[in-house]
Design a protein around this ligand. Structure first.
Ligand code: GTP
Length: 321
């Protein structure tokens, strides 16, 4: 009697990191450099509109968005259901990347992925924590934030983004401060190529699976920020005024922690634009590729600080696509 060869569990890479740290950008780099690996992405956006899913969809056919909640708590069940569907539907991917929302405590995700039934078909391979160097330099108090600490504590790898403005010694100091003993490894994306094979396939000095340990503490500790931040979304079927958007950002900048949106402007017909705001840094860049018509905007602020009516006051009433 012959037995069917056991198929290896599909490895899962969880990408965590604070709001606007660079998770989506990093995942798109991994997808671009995937080297023939079939990668499925599950993208969790805290808000009702999943901008990150749209940005990642441009790179891979297999992307599932989980919006309006957090995979570390309210959407844990959805995460497990989505994983099961991805594995049941056609040929399994070689790898699954889960982008956590910026307010997620990875402990809850690790806990969900440790489901013994799921473990046979998928295994948590690594947790990658994206850390924004500019943000840390501008806001040193970030290090005392329990959410930020929980994300870093769960990391098997730390990816340092936006460190290009620091000199080499300052960047090395920053990396050491994030990982004093050199484990987890810190990868400075401004100075070194992204080690795709290491991040996706594991490294030689990583403990053998499934014995690799992950820091899983209570999912609902004070570090979880789902209730600390509130998200407000707005969308329209048609274009908006660029001047009105600039005025809106100017008016709300003092309270916004994060904003992102996909826009068409009445003043610039025929072009789609991506708005990104992290801290006080705002960028507006043209997008190439097919994006659905209309505009959508997600804004995140400390709960109670963002007046949703201000968006409609500047951009006009919300209309649905
Ligand atoms: N200079 C620089 N900018 C970066 C880098 N990575 C990301 N950014 C910029 O940072 C902003 C936020 O990047 P995202 O990839 O959307 O961040 P995120 O962590 O997915 O954001 P959330 O999902 O909202 O938490 C965008 O304007 C990016 O272009 C980097 O390595 N260097």
């Amino acid at each position: 009697m012959t037995t069917a060869p056991a198929t290896a569990p599909v490895p899962v890479l969880v990408v965590t990191g604070y709001l606007g740290a660079g998770k989506t950008t990093l995942i798109n780099r991994l997808l671009a450099d995937a080297g023939g690996r079939r990668i499925a992405a599950i993208v969790n956006d805290f808000g009702a509109i999943n901008i990150d899913e749209e940005l990642i969809r441009a790179r891979t056919d297999t992307v599932v968005g989980l919006a309006n909640g957090c995979v570390c708590c309210t959407l844990q069940g959805d995460l497990l259901r989505t994983l099961k569907l991805l594995l049941a539907d056609g040929p399994s991917p070689d790898h699954i990347i889960v982008e956590a929302s910026g307010v997620a405590d990875p402990a809850g995700i690790i806990q969900a992925l440790s489901d013994p039934v799921l473990w046979k078909s998928t295994r948590l391979d690594a947790v990658l924590c994206v850390v924004d160097a500019e943000d840390l330099v501008a806001s040193p108090a970030r290090r005392a934030d329990p959410l930020w600490q929980a994300q870093l504590a769960a990391a098997s790898f730390v990816v340092l983004t936006k460190a290009g403005g620091l000199d080499a010694a300052a960047a090395a100091d920053l990396a050491r401060s994030l990982s004093p003993r050199g484990k987890p490894p810190v990868i400075d994306t401004a100075r070194e190529p992204l080690p795709v094979a290491l991040l996706l396939d594991g490294g030689p000095d990583l403990p053998a699976l499934p014995g690799r340990r992950f820091t899983a503490t209570a999912a609902t500790g004070e570090s979880h920020a789902g209730s600390r931040f509130a998200t407000t979304t707005w969308q329209s079927a048609g274009p908006v005024s660029l001047v009105a958007l600039q005025a809106l950002i100017g008016a709300l900048a003092p309270v916004l922690v994060r904003a992102k949106g996909i826009f068409r402007f009445a003043e610039r017909p025929g072009q789609t634009w991506l708005l990104q705001m992290v801290g006080q840094r705002v960028t507006l860049e043209p997008l190439s590729g097919d994006y659905p018509e209309g505009c959508r905007l997600v804004m995140i602020a400390e709960a109670g600080r963002l007046d949703g009516d201000a968006i409609a006051a500047h951009l006009g009433p919300q209309t649905h696509r």
